[in-house]
Design a protein around this ligand. Structure first.
Ligand code: PLP
Length: 359
């Protein structure tokens, strides 16, 4: 029996997608083998890869002045690849927002490649309020401004994109990509690790404006965006299985009505959970209302000694992986696209009962 999985990543995949995989795993379309065992140069795999890329482009309505790259190494490698590729000997200055645990990791890497201006920080406030773009202190001479759109661990997110600055923006969208429509044209580069809202781990998808694809002979080939763009992300053997399964997730999203529909579903799930938490004296979420993530909902109980009991009993009730990140403690429900509304309903039911018995 499949249980509800609230893991922050690797996270839930749609059951329909896994059922399709089950059908195809031994014998893909009567070819007598699985996709994992096929050459990445074969007509079949190239077609799977191209279709997945096109469906991703369609979902996000990405204009043709951007390329979409499939790169191994997760989002963490992008913390390095971004400054390696976007900084140069003529401009090694960048702006970074310090808005959560992942921002700090990105900043730590970028410091190795140049000078860095912190444009805004919510660290004094334990990352509870995402700084408004109106208050970002931007050095316009810098090559770009980097932000983590949705801080997966802290549950804080930039959802209003009305007043974004004109400087080239680089966004880590690992935990919010495909959760709602996104105006890609406001960004120079967007990257996302796959294992949150795209597909299996092992892959990151990069959306990059084409003018940023420049020859960088000073970089290792595998660290240069241009290498991936010139080779349709097949300079070496890509993670074909992750790519293939991600393609199935894109089809699943398209068939359900695309990102407009996801926005509706995700807002409905998140509103239910936040409303319940806010109405309770037993549970709290202290992220600023305007900064609340619709994907990652951390919450605390007033009596923290109950945490192990909560986690044990929720697991027994078929609600998996509700522990908060080890750096912040408490609980966290990640309610990505593949977590159905019934899963959120079941979680709220469990939380109500737990409060009744322990409150
Ligand atoms: C999970 C996550 C990462 C790290 O992803 P890896 O694929 O494990 O490198 C980076 N940024 C954000 C926002 C994340 O949620």
């Amino acid at each position: 029996m499949r249980k509800y999985n609230f893991c922050a990543g690797p996270s839930a995949l749609p059951t329909e997608v896994l059922e399709e995989l089950k059908e195809e795993i031994l014998d893909w379309k009567k070819y007598g083998l699985s996709v994992m065992e096929m050459s990445h140069r074969s007509k079949e795999v190239v077609e799977i890869a191209e279709t997945a890329k096109q469906d991703f482009i369609d979902l996000l309505k990405i204009d043709s002045n951007y390329d979409v790259l499939f790169i191994q190494g997760g989002a963490s490698l992008q913390f390095s690849m971004v400054p390696m590729n976007l900084l140069s000997s003529s401009n090694s200055l960048s702006n970074y927002l310090n808005v959560g645990q992942w921002s700090k990791k990105a900043i730590k890497e970028a410091k190795k490649y140049g000078k860095l201006n912190i444009s805004a920080s919510s660290e004094d406030n334990s990352f509870k309020n995402y700084p408004s773009p109106n208050n970002w202190q931007i050095d316009d001479s810098a090559a770009y401004l980097h932000l983590v759109m949705n801080e997966t661990i802290d549950g804080a997110c930039l959802r209003n994109h009305d007043n974004l600055p004109a400087i080239d923006l680089v966004a880590d969208c690992s935990s919010c990509i495909l959760s709602e429509p996104l105006d890609v044209s406001k960004f120079a580069l967007i990257y996302s690790g796959a294992q949150k809202n795209i597909g299996p781990a092992g892959l990151a998808i990069i959306i990059i404006r084409r003018d940023l694809l420049i020859d960088r002979d000073d970089l290792p080939a595998m660290m240069s965006y241009k290498t991936y763009s010139d080779s349709d992300s097949m300079y070496n053997t890509p993670p074909t299985f992750a790519w293939y399964l991600s393609g199935k997730v894109f089809k699943w999203l398209k068939n359900k009505g695309g990102l407009e529909n996801q926005k509706k579903e995700n807002e409905s799930k998140a509103n239910k959970l936040y409303s319940f938490i806010d109405s309770s004296d037993f549970y709290t979420n202290d992220v600023g209302i305007e900064s609340r993530s619709i994907m990652n909902v951390p919450f605390l109980m007033n009596d923290e000694s109950l945490n192990p009991k909560f986690l044990k009993e929720s697991e027994e009730a078929g609600l998996l992986n509700l522990a908060g990140h080890r750096s912040v403690g408490g609980m966290r429900a990640s309610i990505y696209n593949a977590v159905p509304e019934e899963g959120v309903d079941a979680l709220i039911e469990f939380m109500k009962n737990f409060e009744k018995q322990n409150g």
